[in-house]
Write a protein that binds this ligand. Structure first.
Ligand SMILES: *Cc1c(COP(=O)(O)O)cnc(C)c1O
Length: 349
């Protein structure tokens, strides 16, 4: 078979959730962010595993994703929608019991008019300027909103991956100031916020990337393992080139493996002549341009002929690949291709 094997370790996912849960006090609820198909790893198995690990609160980007989780998990868990209550979402929110995080006065009005009895939350902007009500907007409607009884008030940190960034403390101060004494459960921390300590925890934390094995949760266990079959190997002479455009020239006699994945599988073309695949712990450099379905790899130093080379796993994290490609682990995960043969391992499989 000439497709990569993507193994998703559900036990590692559960361990990562439990570790992040232990990082906050017992009375802090640890939720799980499962937007974009559980960061690309498959919404059904991911949501089931996290629910079994103990998660009772799930966050998604859009109502459609919330609907998928409700189908998977049934009634019970709280499902919050970051994009709030958009035109056209009303039936889904109502029928599937989703909790929209209302981002504007328009959304608040829409929700209270269309579904006055349906739970909602409020998202505040504390400096990221992406989603949520600004301070003045919130002041104008806070009384109406609080009277209607929101389930949660949240905001999002723009630099949680960098604890040294003063923006974190500024956002924390703004959040405290905007929500002091509101009597509603509050949430500010994503993965990075959890690691910054209890001032950032409030009542509910919202880890995403750390669950899936990514920075800044350095102790995370890897969840995605990607092995790519070698289709062909060849010996080339010094001066010969590899791949489109001939961008890599062999400095000496070399042995080249061609593996069965490329940019159409989410292995971005920015990995051309950068980064590595691994064989039994030995790094093997990517040589030449990444093609749509194929990548050239220098295996001259290997003593045996590999049948597969590993892109993700214990030797190389999503962040290692991201660093080589000039992106972030989130993008590597959510780009993992549809062609891979996916296998789920662990108790939730
Ligand atoms: C994606 C997201 C999270 C999770 O962030 P991670 O950095 O993946 O832990 C939390 N809150 C909001 C609003 C998000 O968009």
């Amino acid at each position: 078979m000439a497709t990569g094997f993507l193994t998703i370790d559900l036990d590692a996912l559960a361990r990562n959730w439990k570790a992040l849960d232990r990082a906050s006090a017992a009375d802090v609820q640890t939720a799980a962010v499962v937007k974009a198909e559980g960061y690309g790893l498959g919404i059904g198995p991911v949501a089931r595993t996290l629910a079994r690990a103990g998660a009772r609160h799930f966050f998604v980007a859009v109502a459609e994703e919330g609907a998928a989780i409700r189908e998977t998990l049934g009634r019970g868990p709280d499902i919050y929608v970051f994009s709030g209550h958009m035109a056209g979402d009303t039936d889904m929110i109502n029928d599937l019991d989703l909790i929209p995080m209302l981002n504007s006065v328009d959304q608040l009005t829409r929700h209270l008019e269309a579904l006055p009895a349906q739970p909602f939350g409020i998202q505040l902007d504390t400096g990221m300027n992406r989603l949520g009500m600004e301070r003045a907007e919130w002041q104008a409607v806070a009384e109406i909103a609080l009277t209607a009884g929101p389930r949660l008030i949240m905001s999002h940190l723009a630099s949680a991956d960098d604890p040294a960034d003063p923006l974190n403390a500024q956002q924390l101060a703004a959040f405290v100031e905007m929500t002091q004494g509101c009597g509603v459960p509050r949430s500010l921390a994503s993965t990075g916020g959890i690691l910054m300590g209890k001032d950032y925890h409030f009542d509910v934390t919202r880890p995403g990337i750390g669950l899936y094995g990514g920075r800044p949760f350095e102790e995370a266990d890897p969840v995605a393992h990607l092995d790519i079959p070698v289709i062909q190997t060849r010996d080339i002479d010094p001066g010969e080139v590899v791949g489109y455009g001939g961008t890599w020239t062999a400095p000496a006699q070399c042995r080249i493996a061609t593996v069965a994945a490329g940019y159409a599988d989410g292995l971005t073309r920015h990995l051309s002549n950068k980064g590595h695949l691994f064989h039994d712990g030995a790094p093997c450099p990517i040589v030449g341009r990444v093609s749509m379905d194929l990548i050239g790899v220098d295996i001259s130093h290997l003593t045996s002929e590999p049948r597969t080379l590993q892109m993700l796993g214990t030797d190389q994290s999503i962040d290692d690949v991201a660093d080589a490609a000039g992106t972030i682990g989130y993008e590597i995960l959510t780009s993992l291709g549809a062609r891979y043969k996916r296998r789920y391992s662990g108790a939730g499989a």
